[in-house]
Design a protein around this ligand. Structure first.
Ligand SMILES: [Zn+2]
Length: 588
């Protein structure tokens, strides 16, 4: 039992401890402030916070009036380069006036920062031969974090980034034409929500398999530390297979594929294992219930899979080829079974598409590329020409407009039976479009390929898709400017933008931090799940946060790093795949 005197002395000691603690905490805050001040005191100096390849152009942008700049080594603050800033150019898309700081001659690998005398310094960045390897690793591993139907653990590198197995049960919704249980365990959570959607899976998985087909020699040894690592199959293919297996489960016995598997509405911001809403296979609501776009996308992706898994798992490759051919036949039989609007009672992502002709053309090109069968070739030749204009105006809805994939599949096939006229058409249109993009990017003060009208939902995904177009054009007809322009787009995503922000979580010194992503919002971690690409600026303003921004903001500024801004700050597997493709393409 304590007396009053003991109580008093206890209180005094306690108060002293509190004073000491407060002093200690304020010291830490001051030190942190100093440290932060040393890191970057002027976001007007914009550069790629990851860095620049040794032999590539190296340009930072400064949006505050100044004359000169220096580059300093981070370890000892020694000046290693000095130069004059270029003339200020006003960027209509952001309203910023920016001057270029060109330090391309600096080729010594290391970690640096850029300083503008009198104005402050930038975030640190690296110059090195494998400067993007870590970003690729994190961007690719972000797909592992999206895995549904299994426990996920990012391991000691990211302690606390875990979720338990989720969505282990499912059933047919009435719109599917069937009833009862259908679990379809697996796949990736599509975005910030926990739905799984066939058409977005199509473009995302197809893009990753292409990254392997085109740049596999660079990716072969890149271990992703996923459960399958070390099984003899390259990890990018291990990860893509996780979603591919789910896509195959969405195919009905007659060859058609249902549109999506989601709950009837979005769940609250909870971890995936805490989402108790029923997971349902959702169809078009009328015979034949499956949809042409989903089925043709499955045909295209499974046809690619039949090629790329052949050296690693012959029976899996054969299974994919069978699935692709059956899906193809179904889509031919039902070319107009479109999913345009959600069935009554369903409010998850629609991914509606009234025209599946481009999905069928992509499937034809991939099946011909894999098998050489004349029926697929004939279909492609009969249909490709009307889609050539899509190459000149890439759409932010890459999941809906897959015509470029079909055209590029044909151009990249290198089959001896290719039609020379068709090949010339597709190659010519691709190269013309890509060089137009180069010119537009050169004249853009931020050196990004986005046109003013491109700042729509998923504009950052489109930045990746421009990169993809440029890199594919480079494969068709090698030209250094194409690769350098693809790099320009990557620099924009990693910090050389109006916000001086890296749009990939936990990448760079100043990444965005509040994605519309349930595991990031619901978990106990201070920082979001790593490696995720934000959707980016969106002048469409489809969420309340963007609507509340000043009415006269230029399009490139319509962005908010807030969880609630689903129209500018969600993450999504198709944008993520474009980022991976871009990184894979520019890596050494
Ligand atoms: Zn899940």
């Amino acid at each position: 039992m304590s007396n009053s005197s003991d109580g008093l002395s206890t209180k005094t000691a306690c108060r002293r401890s509190l004073i000491k603690l407060a002093y200690f905490l304020s010291l830490i805050i001051v030190l942190l402030g100093l440290a932060c001040g040393r890191k970057n005191d002027n976001p007007s100096i914009k550069l790629d916070q990851v860095g620049y390849p040794v032999d590539a152009p190296k340009i930072a942008l400064v949006s505050v009036p100044a004359q000169a700049f220096v580059v300093k080594r981070a370890s000892d603050n020694a000046t290693v380069f000095q130069g004059d800033l270029g003339t200020g150019i006003t960027d209509a898309n952001s309203g910023d006036t920016v001057e270029a700081a060109d330090f391309s001659p600096l080729q010594q690998p290391g970690t640096y920062y850029l300083e503008v005398p009198g104005q402050g310094r930038s975030w640190t960045f690296s110059i090195g031969p494998e400067v993007f390897a870590r970003t690729y690793y994190l961007a690719m591993r972000a797909f592992y974090g999206q895995r549904c139907g299994t426990a996920v653990d990012l391991g000691p590198e990211f302690p606390g980034y875990t979720h338990a197995a989720c969505h282990l049960e499912g059933r047919f919704h009435a719109s599917s034409g069937k009833q009862g249980r259908r679990d379809n365990v697996g796949g990736w959570h599509d975005a910030g929500d926990y739905g799984r959607y066939m058409v977005n899976s199509g473009i995302a998985t197809g893009t990753l398999l292409w990254a392997w087909e085109m740049f596999g020699s660079k990716l072969r040894d890149n271990k992703l530390n996923i459960p399958e690592s070390g099984n003899g199959t390259p990890d990018i293919l291990n990860e893509a297979r996780w979603n591919l297996e789910w896509m195959l489960k969405m195919q009905d016995d007659d060859g058609g594929a249902w549109h999506k598997q989601t709950s009837d509405r979005f769940c609250h911001f909870v971890m995936p294992e805490d989402d108790r809403l029923s997971s349902e296979v959702i169809g078009t609501g009328k015979p034949p219930y499956k949809s042409t776009c989903a089925t043709a996308d499955l045909a295209a992706v499974a046809a690619i899979a039949a090629r790329v898994y052949q050296p690693y798992d012959k029976s899996f490759a054969a299974k994919n080829l069978r699935a692709a051919q059956e899906a193809w036949a179904w889509a031919l039989r039902y070319p107009d079974a479109t999913f345009v609007k959600n069935p009554p009672g369903i409010s998850t992502g629609e991914y509606g598409d009234a025209d599946c002709g481009d999905e069928q053309m992509w499937a034809a090109a991939e099946l011909w590329r894999t098998t050489g069968k004349p029926e697929y070739h004939r279909y492609f030749l009969d249909h490709y020409a009307k889609y050539l204009p899509t190459l000149r105006a890439l759409d932010t809805d890459t999941w809906r407009v897959v015509a470029p994939m079909g055209l590029w599949a044909y151009a990249l096939a290198t089959r001896p039976d290719a039609d020379s006229h068709a090949l010339a058409d597709v190659r010519g249109a691709t190269l013309a479009a890509a060089h137009e993009v180069v010119e537009r990017t050169r004249s853009n003060p931020y050196h990004v390929s986005l046109a003013a009208s491109d700042f729509q939902w998923g504009s950052n995904g489109l930045v990746g898709n421009y990169g993809m177009e440029l890199l594919i054009a480079n494969l068709l007809s090698p030209d250094r400017t194409l690769v350098e322009t693809a790099l320009d787009n990557l620099h924009y995503l990693l910090g050389r933008n109006t916000f001086s922000i890296s749009w990939v979580t936990q990448v760079g010194e100043h990444p965005f931090r509040h994605p519309h992503h349930r595991p990031s919002g619901a978990g106990k971690n201070l920082e979001p799940w790593p490696g995720l690409l934000s959707g980016g600026p969106n002048a469409g303003r489809q969420d309340p946060i963007l609507k509340a921004l000043p009415a006269d903001l230029p399009p490139a500024k319509v962005y908010s790093d807030e969880q609630g801004s689903y129209a500018s700050n969600e993450i999504c597997i198709n944008w993520q795949a474009m980022l991976v493709f871009l990184l894979a393409g520019v890596m050494k």
